[in-house]
Design a protein around this ligand. Structure first.
Ligand code: FES
Length: 124
């Protein structure tokens, strides 16, 4: 039921793990299943220099966390803010409709991490 891209990112997750002293953290929960995701970012000159994540969730949630970390790394905050839930699903060559709610976590988590960064800087 999963695309090759989803299976690949699930089996070989990119940028997975905790980050010490992040500049921003986004925490999101999936109300449907109770799973939780954290996205950590380090920002320099308005660019996401580093990103990592911890996801207690299903294969779709892990694959989308991995994919969004690749999509967002090296992007400016403005560019990263424009990454949508659909972009992530599309980069993973689609997700089963029943899993769309899981995949939404990653895009929401990234937005929250950026929001947190701006708050910490007194920019929000
Ligand atoms: Fe919980 Fe997918 S079932 S994140």
């Amino acid at each position: 039921m999963y695309s090759q891209q989803v299976i690949d990112h699930f089996n070989n997750p990119r940028n997975q793990g905790h980050m010490e002293n992040p500049d921003g953290v986004g925490k999101v929960g999936n109300p449907v299943c109770g799973d939780v995701m954290y996205i950590y970012i380090k920002v320099k000159d308005d660019v996401i220099r580093d990103i990592s994540w911890e996801t207690m969730g299903c294969a779709a949630a892990i694959a989308t966390s991995s994919m969004i970390s690749e999509l967002a790394k090296g992007k400016t905050l403005e560019e990263a803010e424009r990454i949508t839930r659909g972009d992530v699903a599309c980069a993973l060559e689609g997700l089963p409709p029943v899993k769309m709610h899981c995949s939404n976590l990653a895009a929401d988590g990234l937005q929250k991490a950026i929001e947190d960064y701006r708050k910490r800087r007194g920019m929000a």
